[in-house]
Design a binder for this molecule. Structure first.
Ligand SMILES: [Zn+2]
Ligand SMILES: [Zn+2]
Length: 256
């Protein structure tokens, strides 16, 4: 692996290690490019902030720390600074507006919840049988891709549908069409592989191969030791071969 654009920091509250430990792990593992994309902030109209993210007050430190490391290690590794973000129809404009006031270089889409997170928190990881929720997830992801703001789509199968597989694939198909139309790569998520989660789903990537969609690997590192992940890499490479996936080594960053 030459590049990884999916690295978190301890600021989201559920990752560990210092920023520098991630960078050193990246150099040690031989990456040429390491992108940080911690969970981007979201403030709701009532003034409260969504959890599991970089809080708004921590944004200056996020950029100052990573920009300092970029300078310090510039001869050894190329660092990029972005965010992983949801597309919440009701809040997206304000989320984007805040980010545009920073030096953010790129966004990756991680649709961890549907329907704006509030008032009814429907986390994508909750097992769902209801096809209408899967449809909502797919619609939000497709709308997000068509904004043109996202550099790639993380863990496309994060919505945990437990209904029939053929129905799942049929409902998910528009995501691949939108990815192809907008030239947005979809990620094989290594966190899901190494933690034996319900994603990534092999059948989805079989379909991605048939649809000739670009694919990218993402470590989704939440600890410095995740920066090297030969176990997940071997499985992802096997899928690439098996399903003739068009794997990208690097992506062109889209400034939001
Ligand atoms: Zn995520
Ligand atoms: Zn992530």
């Amino acid at each position: 692996m030459y590049a990884n654009y999916h690295t978190h920091t301890a600021r989201c509250g559920h990752a560990v290690g210092t920023d520098e430990e991630y960078v050193l792990a990246g150099i040690e593992a031989g990456y040429r490019i390491l992108g940080f994309s911690d969970h981007g902030p979201c403030r709701f109209p009532d003034g409260s902030e969504s959890g599991y993210r970089v809080q708004i007050a921590a944004l200056p430190d996020y950029f100052a720390s990573l920009e300092g490391l970029r300078e310090k290690y510039r001869d050894q590794i190329e660092l990029h600074i972005g965010f992983e973000l949801e597309y919440y129809p009701a809040h997206y404009e304000s989320m984007l507006e805040r980010i545009r006031h920073t030096d953010c270089e790129y966004l990756i889409l991680g649709q961890h919840a549907i329907y704006n997170e509030l008032p009814d928190l429907l986390m994508s990881a909750r097992p769902f049988k209801e096809v209408e929720y899967l449809r909502e997830y797919v619609k939000e992801v497709c709308d997000a891709l068509h904004t043109g703001s996202f550099t790639y789509l993380c863990h496309p199968e994060v919505f945990n549908f437990i209904g029939p597989e053929d129905q799942y694939l049929e409902e998910m198909h528009p995501i691949l069409v939108a990815a192809r139309e907008t030239g947005t790569p979809v990620e094989i998520n290594f966190l899901g592989i190494r933690d034996h989660r319900y994603y990534p789903r092999e059948n989805f990537f079989k379909m991605a191969g048939e649809e000739h969609v670009d694919v990218i690997f993402g470590l989704d590192a939440h600890a410095p030791q995740n920066v090297s992940d030969p176990y997940s890499l071997a499985i992802a490479e096997e899928w690439v071969k098996k399903y003739h996936l068009h794997l990208l080594e690097t992506v062109e960053l889209r400034k939001p």
